[in-house]
Design a protein around this ligand. Sequence first.
Ligand code: PLP
Length: 762
Amino acid sequence: MKSNEIYLDNNATTPVLPMAAKAAFDAMELNYGNPSSAHITGIKAKYVMENARQEARKILGAQDGEVIFVSGATEGIQTAIISSLWGAKQAGLDTQNYKLLYGATEHKAIPETLKHWNELLQINAEVVAIPVDSKGTLDLDFIAEHAEQSLIICTMAANNETGVYQDLQAIEKTIRSRNTQVKWLVDCVQALGKLSLNLSETTIDYAPFSGHKLYAPKGIGMLYIRQGAPYTPFIAGGGQESGLRSGTENLPSIAALGKILEALNDDESNVFRSHSELSDFREQIASALKEAFPGVVFNNDFANSVPTTINFAVKSLASKEILDLFDAANIRVSSGSACSSKATASFVLDAMGLPLWQSEGAVRLSFGPAATQQEITDACNAIKQAAAAIHGSCLLNSDLELDEKGQLDGLIQMHFDGACTWVLADKHARECVIVDPVEELAERVHNLVRCRDYKVKAIIDTHSHADHETCAHMLRTVMQKCIVQGEHDNLGWPQDNVAVTLRAESTEALRIGRYQLNLLKTPGHTTDSISILVSDVRDNLSPEHIQFAFVGDTILIGGLGRSDFGISSVTDFYHSLSKLNEMILPDTVLCSAHDYNLQFTTTMAAEVETNCLLRSVINNEISEQEFAKRKVEVDGGLEDQTSTTLMCGSLVRADVSEENINVEPEQACDYMQSHKDAIILDVREAHEHRLNALKDFTNVENVPLTRFTGFIPKLLAEQDKDQEVICICRSGSRSVVAAKTLRRLGFKNACQIHGGFALYSE
Ligand code: PLP
């Protein structure tokens, strides 16, 4: 393990212990024989393998039955499920009238394997999940009800996300009192080394194990098969493993696993901690978490979980945010949900009926049974240190991250499922305006403003919505105390404003500290659509004064807003595009109400490059009638794009050249050192940046993605497009979108550090 790394993701995989690595190395260098060979080198290899098997039998309490070496638990699960299903077929059972039961919180390897072979072997049984209660315990009544008509029942000894263990004796009693023949598989992957198992004393038919969850290498596992249980090899061939599993055995890994099992069996060995020591470690980490995040909630009940797993959530933080924060502090944990901008809930916690926020915000922290007190102390300190880095922000919410002086200032972009909500704030005036509010982001916006006691001068929609209610009314009610009261129109544009001229045309403007929001009516998407052109404070404006513009659904990134609603006007759209173009410069940053492909922002220049319909309007190449005809065709193609998200316009993806966009991590340090004039953009959140910054470089700017669009007008104003910009983040996923956005906007020398801080080393 890297010395400064706090690795708390042992349920995903463990490091290989030095003694296991040495055993593997010896098996490669010294005992390299093939266990099937008859000569002495082969005999030595076989001896190592059979010793490992003996240790396995001992720790599993498997005096009889078979213990075979497989590539991992997933292979063990395939073998067990095929064996039982094929066995049922061979026994002449009318399988389609039976059920295949599995616990609702099983690892995906179980239900997916059941479904796969149920279909392929034409078993056609019903695959049914056994419900669990709020503590994750299987519903025994449900098992009792269905056991008689089941071919196989799959349960797990300990859960990989929560550590929740099951009462195997109670399950056995329930099953066997109803059905002595049904096959029972118990996934023991997360139990080995943490719970004692006496397999031969049970009626468990199959039990898969995995080496890499217990300090052995990846690619090795074991399967226990009860004496007399149906068996069909999953892998046929040279007849290794007594014909039960062909293929030359993975001797280095078997040797390593054998060494671990030997230590587990040895009461004198001090490699593994006792249950009470591990429980004490869990208490220490739990109290560190409580101190670090006062609102922390534990998703697993410690009373029925193995002590090495803690699953928690913090209400105001998404799991991805905790993951990013911890990663920056060199703490490795994992989330129950996938890393997408749209949070994905954990099916395990959903099955337990936990509230959605707990499931979506779930973080799994797992240490191994060989953890030491020093490692746990270091982990507790690192957790507290990581949390301290975000305590300056409001409600521990990274979207709400303020600048280094705790101020909220400039343009902030928030995303939810392809929609954008914008906040424009001035720190001196302590005022802000909210544009295009989205319901799902309302709470974040509210917290952002309330936390620093800013006044909201207006909540503005750039258009009324043809197909849904705006959430602006709701936001005005909940934010009552922060809002500057006054009359406004149906879009929220205040009546109390100042008269200004925009290219000699008179219009209205709203002032927020140093910003002036100038109204430009741009009907088309809806008849009331507006754009808001943002400048500094002045009475007479020309295009060069416009810093950026909120353009709602008029211009999307890679397309135009749709104009096929009852309240749309295609001909107005045509004129609005020309008018908007006259009022801004080609490089004025455009802030749309949508960002379907995480591209942040655009400019008229970038759009004209890829959108021929827009180009022909801007260049006066087509008539209003021709535009209307083509726009109807474009909108007609929208249905194809509506599969998952409501699309408010038809999009074309711009092709960004990715040539030389990656700086490889090994070269990154030299590259940055030799490109002294480059701007290095750390696009992680401010608290991640604080925890590990690029201290050796002076040309680093921290621009979190919520601030990225707001940063671009400054970049465009101060730099020419040859400027080299090097983007970096945690793993490369944020920096690559940042670099691509910059390239799309013309910064052809924008690049990213491939793999981010994860792979970079100084
Ligand atoms: N079962 C459980 C409970 C697990 O945690 C895992 C691994 O995450 C597996 C099965 C699959 O194990 P393997 O990676 O060895 O195939």
